[in-house]
Design a protein around this ligand. Structure first.
Ligand code: BG6
Length: 525
């Protein structure tokens, strides 16, 4: 186990790296020598997450020189296959990606291993021996990062087996750190989230546990704090005196793809609100921490969750739940949710939600936060909107026929990564007319390169031991606690069917939520 001093040293190392650009280091990549050697063990290595997200991100990091000099990846799974078969399978998948640079594949593959594994004590003891041998050949110094790219039911099981096999201990033979990366969902509700945490804590300490939310690693999401706290002009206005409402939307045109088994149990509240949507809300609403450090930032986020008014299911405009029916996306007919493969034809799982929340603190009292997310909506749009209040007095009343449109700040996360501030100008000409114009900042126009892939950022931070962009357990519990009344209502109440409003695939969701959606999507509606 790490002593307190060692933990502080790990935190300091991450803080120093964050500050490194000041010392002349490039912002695009990290000098390889700074990263400690390590072995990344991916459980569920032949699964969707590992092959679609993790391995491509690791390959990009390798090409960009952002992996440690001594590094090994061990894919683990129940499927029996040789290292060569594993390589061939991954190469085949990567080749289909448009930016695949085949020249680097061979050297990347030389640090890629496969180790078949069963979820038993004996198999994990063998894994421990295998990793010890690999430490010597790959010179990875006994540092292990365990990534759980497996179904959530296995998170606790693997945590315990790692503990039993002695793989959760740090400083084995005087050296080596161990970290465990847990994907969402962290639990199915408050009780199971607490149980999972208790299980993991039997083998791991809090500083070893990394609870992922890939939204936090998106460049534009990270930028919310920079925009707010690295500029003096926004913060004085960022409160109930000037802001009318906040809108946060994550609309998707995709359906549930091949994930019926998972989605039927999760629904939109667990899939998007308990994690991504509440994180976006907390970044928008939090107070400035005294220092940009993982725990100081996470303290402030938790305070936001704790300040959110306990959810009331009445009146109706606090919550609209929906489920998509047959419709059209980009001109192609798509089936309704109940017609998707693997979905119960009478399913009551919501695929859309609009939620109105209030943060009851000095800054935000009375300002509604409208959170909207849904599958099979017209387009994929992810955006945070700060709608400012109307001017307090219209001195142009006598000469202007029109209402003066209030200022608006949009933080675009997808498809445009952008910041847009709209304001009023005089339309040139003899008559006094106003025109809404915008100051626009677009990442793609202003920064070269494709940015850092969110999964690459997440993996890099795990190697660095930096927990800034990961959930802390108190936040997880606060968010489950907040959503419990809704989940109970969705899952247990008799009138559940009546609460679920149908919407056509390719629309902007149920009619009942149309006004709110329109307010947030605005001119794009
Ligand atoms: C995942 C959800 O966490 O986020 C998916 O499980 C959803 O259902 C996805 O499609 C959206 O992520 P992104 O990065 O595409 O906006």
């Amino acid at each position: 186990m790490q002593t307190d001093d060692e933990k502080i040293t790990a935190t300091n190392a991450a803080e120093k790296l964050r500050a490194s650009p000041k010392k002349g280091c490039s912002c695009d990549s990290l000098a390889v020598g700074r990263l400690e050697p390590c072995t990344l063990v991916i459980f569920g290595a032949s699964g969707d997450l590992a092959t679609r997200k993790l391995i491509p991100a690791l390959f990009k990091m390798f090409v960009a020189g952002s992996l440690p000099g001594s590094f090994a990846i061990v894919g683990c799974g129940r499927t029996e296959m040789s290292g060569e078969e594993f390589h061939n399978r991954l190469e085949g998948l990567l080749e289909k990606q448009k930016d695949f640079d085949g020249r680097h594949w061979r050297s990347f593959a030389s640090c890629l291993h496969y180790h078949p594994l069963a979820y038993t004590s004996e198999s994990f003891r063998k894994l421990a021996a295998y990793l010890r041998d690999l430490d010597k050949t790959a010179q990875t110094d006994g540092n292990y990062l365990f990534h759980l790219a497996v179904p959530p039911t296995l998170y606790g099981v693997i945590g315990e087996l790692l503990g039993e096999a002695g793989l959760s201990h740090e400083k084995r033979e005087g050296k080596g750190w161990t970290r465990i990366v847990v994907e969402k969902p962290f639990g199915h509700n408050l009780q199971t989230a607490v149980e999972l945490d208790t299980t993991l804590h039997r083998s791991f300490e809090e500083h070893q546990i990394f609870r992922i939310d890939h939204y936090l690693a998106k460049e534009t999401v990270q930028n919310v704090l920079m925009l707010r706290f690295a500029n003096a002009i926004f913060e004085p206005l960022w409160n109930r005196n000037f802001i009318d409402y906040v809108g946060i939307i994550a609309a998707e045109s995709l359906g549930i793809e091949q994930r019926a088994g998972y989605y039927e149990k999760a629904g939109v509240i667990r899939d998007m609100f308990q994690n991504h949507m509440l994180q976006l809300l907390s970044l928008t609403a939090m107070e400035p921490p005294a220092r940009f450090e993982a725990d100081r930032v996470r303290d402030e986020k938790v305070k936001v969750f704790q300040a959110i008014r306990p959810f009331s299911l009445k009146p109706d405009d606090n919550l609209v739940l929906g489920q998509y029916e047959d419709g059209n996306i980009n001109g192609a007919a798509v089936p309704g949710y109940r017609g998707e493969e693997g979905v119960n034809p009478k399913s009551l799982t919501p695929t859309f939600a609009m939620m109105r929340l209030f943060v009851d603190n000095w800054r935000w009292k009375g300002v509604p936060f409208h959170l909207i997310s849904g599958k099979r909506l017209q387009r994929k749009v992810t955006r945070i909107v700060i709608q400012f209040k109307d001017v307090p007095h219209t001195l142009f009343e006598n000469v202007l026929a029109e209402h003066i449109t209030a200022n608006r700040l949009e933080m675009g996360i997808y498809p445009e990564e952008a910041i847009r501030l709209s304001f009023q100008t005089k339309n040139p000409g003899p008559r006094l007319c106003l025109k809404t114009m915008a100051m626009d900042f677009e990442y793609s126009r202003n920064y070269k390169g494709s940015g850092f892939d969110p999964y690459a950022k997440v993996l890099l931070d795990c190697i660095l031991g930096d927990q800034m962009l990961f959930w802390r357990q108190d936040g997880v519990e606060a968010s489950w606690g907040l959503l419990s009344p809704i989940l109970d209502d969705c899952e247990q109440c008799r009138g559940r069917g009546e609460r679920l409003h149908p919407y056509a695939a390719g629309s902007w969701g149920p009619e009942l939520a149309a006004d709110q959606v329109k307010k947030i999507i605005g001119h794009d509606h």
